[in-house]
Design a binder for this molecule. Structure first.
Ligand SMILES: CC(=O)N[C@@H]1[C@@H](O)[C@H](O)[C@@H](COP(=O)(O)O)O[C@@H]1O
Length: 257
């Protein structure tokens, strides 16, 4: 098979807060069992983002656990105490840590503070626009299983210009994609650039590799991906010492033949 595979779906809504949509469409709603079951029957969902205040009875949290789905907190302005409770009850991680969540203030640590204090895993978008490098270092110290996500949009790799983003229009300029009011609307980041950015802010290359592959694979329970060893799936990229792309290997074969 000479192409990438989609391993599952991340359901990043609608069980989020209407007050912290970011660029999500205004269709946030509370968790209800029938609708959640319908969504789960439509696609192989592996990860769900939810706002704790949308799941007061822990319905989503429990259903996720029963179905082997990672339940992540995100898109919420909730108080630290609310998020802490849900992390203690088994929430798996945090969605694009720092973005679209209540920030860490020293007297009101918010969802970001709860994730830093209690989450074993969290996503981060290391395009160096979504999160300041200093905040990435804070997260690296606090969250053992911090891993990169791209949050990439359809504008990734495309020329500057306007792009539909759900029901709204976003403008790409350089590496940023924004709504007219300046809100970041996903990213234009590739995982290769995420890796380079980790190295640029001071991570050892081996550590950057772990944060871009192994940790995410472990988090999803995929022992045959995200590592180079006998029996694992050989989907690899080959880089030069300057970190330019030399080759892409899918299932052990170069895509260049
Ligand atoms: C797909 C998605 O939801 N992506 C979010 C976006 O919604 C949010 O607006 C942005 C900035 O968030 P911030 O303004 O809180 O830093 O981060 C991510 O790009």
């Amino acid at each position: 098979m000479n192409r990438a595979e989609i391993l599952g779906v991340h359901l990043e809504g609608p069980f989020i807060s209407p007050d912290m949509l970011g660029t999500q469409p205004p269709q946030a709603r509370k968790v209800d069992r029938a609708f959640l079951e319908e969504l789960l029957s439509m696609a192989p969902v592996r990860v769900i983002t939810f706002a704790p205040e949308a799941d007061e009875a822990d319905l989503l949290l429990n259903m996720a656990r029963e179905n082997g789905i990672r339940a992540q907190l995100g898109h919420s302005p909730c108080r630290y105490e609310v998020a802490e409770r849900v992390f203690r009850r088994g929430a798996s991680g945090a969605t694009h840590l720092f973005n679209a969540m209540s920030p860490l203030h020293h007297r009101a640590p918010g969802l970001a503070g709860a994730a830093l204090a209690h989450a074993r895993n969290a996503e981060i978008i290391p395009d160096l626009m979504h999160v300041h490098p200093g905040a990435i270092h804070v997260a690296l110290r606090a969250v053992p299983g911090l891993y990169a996500v791209t949050d990439a949009s359809r504008a990734t790799g495309a020329p500057d210009g306007t792009y539909p983003f759900g029901e709204v229009t976003a403008h790409k300029c350089g590496n940023g994609l924004r709504l007219p009011d300046g809100t970041l609307a996903g990213s234009c980041l590739t995982m290769l650039q995420a890796f380079r950015n980790f190295v640029e802010i001071g991570l050892e290359p081996a550590e950057a590799v772990r944060r871009c592959s192994t940790i995410a694979a472990d988090y999803l329970g995929l022992q045959d991906r995200g590592r180079i060893r006998k029996g694992a799936i050989a989907d690899l990229v080959v880089l030069s010492p300057e970190l330019t792309l030399k080759d892409v290997i899918l299932r052990g074969k170069s895509i260049n033949g």
